[in-house]
Design a protein around this ligand. Structure first.
Ligand SMILES: C[S@@+](CC[C@H](N)C(=O)[O-])C[C@H]1O[C@@H](n2cnc3c(N)ncnc32)[C@H](O)[C@@H]1O
Length: 500
């Protein structure tokens, strides 16, 4: 069998096996196979720089072995190929073991033809509880993985055994990344495809610290499309690939790229940046992935909400705690209570008669109500199927009744403490936030469907003049028309900035 066929064949076997599973079972095991093209894209950068005659390759969550096969293919195809390769495959699901045995045979035969001696060790069991993962001994020159993704309890044995990487509720994929960071030999290559949440989630802080202490991140690639790279499996995660090597002493650069999917890899731009610009220097060490969207480099705008004396807060009302004030029907005492369902792109729609959408306004509830003034209101969570991450609307003073209004906890709002947001600023900011440019940017920097206040505080903004200009033009336009207004305005400002 040709090497190409071995990789494709492993994928086909994996897909066939997962087709037999119920969706819930597939999710429970985290069984989503890597398409061969993604596997090759990952393995291309996994060839250790220093030539070694004997190498050890590890896939800790092997499935049907697509990634391992792609890594072996890459090593056997390079000019100075190793003489001996040891391949270690770990897999928890016994149903995959016969498939892995067949793959091992195919790879051994192929290696013989190439003059390479390949030994394959298949380990059936939980990688995280294996002697190998717990020993922390550097054993592998290449580690390539698409680990399972799901949350586990902090009391789960796997989380307890890898508690050095746990802070709050762990996700199993973070434990795989952390455990493997310790198993890499000097100058080895470590490559993982994972969801993006590890880059900025608070729960991943300990795991990030461990990773950065052990590894130097060499490159990252983010996929903007949620489904495109896993075409056969309906996996609603935005994925990224991270390549790393053992930690170097000095600060080095990292190459960051991004594409919608695989089809546009050739058009994707590379950013080469000092690592300390990508990793936040506070204790949380979040990653800030820069992006150029449609030729517009948002990172180039130096301003954020704070520069314009604007603040973002989360809606103060947790409905069940405010139960005694929340009402189904309007009365003389009530004012509008906005839930995220009332917020549409560029419009607040109230009442909708589906929610308890009134709240009593009196001295006892006043602390949780906000003044009926110009502001931008937005949803904190975007619907999974929504292309756009942000749903924001300008709220214009007096458009709803009452001196104050209620904002539920699944909303965020932007306001100017001690001052007024003008109508043009509210409309302009909401249009900017809803725009394609900002949505693509937020997709690149934030890994999940939640828009948290920290992401908004960090969001680069153009000048206030541009925001007001957008605000004067955007009302009543469709989202596509808003995209055009925003992109033209930003491109003009970009040109002026470069010319200055
Ligand atoms: C996302 S799939 C990836 C499979 C394969 N590496 C690929 O890229 O196509 C993750 C695999 O890890 C296996 N797995 C889940 N939990 C595991 C564990 N604790 N230890 C080892 N393997 C595990 C699943 O059965 C599944 O086959």
């Amino acid at each position: 069998m040709e090497q190409n066929e071995i990789v494709d064949n492993a994928y086909r076997n994996g897909i066939e096996a997962t087709r037999k599973l119920q969706a819930a079972e597939q999710k429970e095991m985290g069984q989503y196979m890597t398409p061969p093209s993604v596997a090759r894209f990952m393995s291309q950068r996994c060839i250790p720089h220093a030539h070694k005659s004997s190498l050890c390759v590890l896939d800790p969550a092997a499935g049907s072995g697509v990634l391992a096969a792609a890594a072996i293919e890459g090593l056997m195809d390079c000019d100075t190929k190793p003489k001996n390769i040891k391949l270690i495959l770990c897999e928890l699901d016994g149903r995959m073991i016969p498939t892995l045995k067949k793959l091992a045979n195919n790879l051994r035969n192929r290696a013989k033809l190439k003059g390479v001696s390949l030994t394959v060790s298949i380990k059936h069991g939980d990688f995280l509880l294996s002697q190998m993962a717990l020993s922390s001994k550097a054993i592998a020159d290449v580690i390539i993985a698409n680990p399972p993704y799901f949350k586990i309890n902090a009391s789960d044995e796997r989380a307890e055994k890898h508690s050095y990487a746990v802070y709050g509720q762990p996700n199993i994929y973070g434990l795989f990344m952390a455990a493997c960071a310790k198993l890499l030999k000097r100058n080895g290559k470590w490559c993982f495809i994972t969801p993006r949440s590890w880059t900025n989630g608070a729960y991943f802080a300990a795991m990030r610290k461990h990773l950065f202490n052990n590894l130097h991140i060499e490159a990252m690639h983010t996929f903007e499309s949620r489904t495109e790279h896993f075409t056969d499996d309906e996996i609603l995660q935005e994925a990224m690939i991270t390549w790393a090597t053992t930690k170097a002493k000095s600060n080095q650069n990292v190459i960051v790229s991004s594409s919608a999917g695989l089809a546009d890899l050739h058009n994707s731009q590379l950013n080469n940046m000092p690592l300390n610009q990508v990793i936040d220097d506070d204790d949380d060490q979040m990653l800030i992935l820069p992006t150029h969207v449609n030729g517009i480099d948002l990172k180039a705008w130096g301003s954020t909400l704070e520069n314009y004396s604007l603040k973002v807060s989360t809606g103060p009302i947790v409905a069940f705690r405010a139960d005694k004030f929340v009402r189904l029907r309007k009365s003389k005492q009530t004012v509008p209570f906005l839930w995220m369902q009332h917020i549409k792109h560029m419009a607040v729609q109230w009442p909708i008669k589906k929610k308890r959408e009134h709240i009593v306004a009196n001295a006892a509830s006043a602390w949780m109500l906000v003044p009926n003034e110009n502001m931008v209101v937005m949803r904190r969570f975007s619907p999974k199927e929504d292309e756009r991450r942000v749903v924001a609307a300008p709220y214009i003073e007096g458009s709803l009744p009452g001196a104050v209004i209620g904002l539920e906890n699944h909303t965020n709002y932007i306001y100017r403490p001690g001052g007024n947001v003008t109508e043009a600023e509210a409309v302009g900011l909401a249009a900017y936030l809803n725009s394609r440019v900002v949505n693509q940017y937020l997709r690149a920097v934030a890994g999940n469907t939640q828009i948290n206040a920290t992401d908004l505080r960090r969001l680069p903004l153009p000048s206030l003049d541009i925001i007001r200009y957008i605000g004067q033009s955007a009302l009543g336009l469709s989202l596509d028309e808003i995209d055009a207004v925003v992109e033209n305005a930003l491109a003009n400002e970009n040109r002026e900035r470069l010319a200055a």
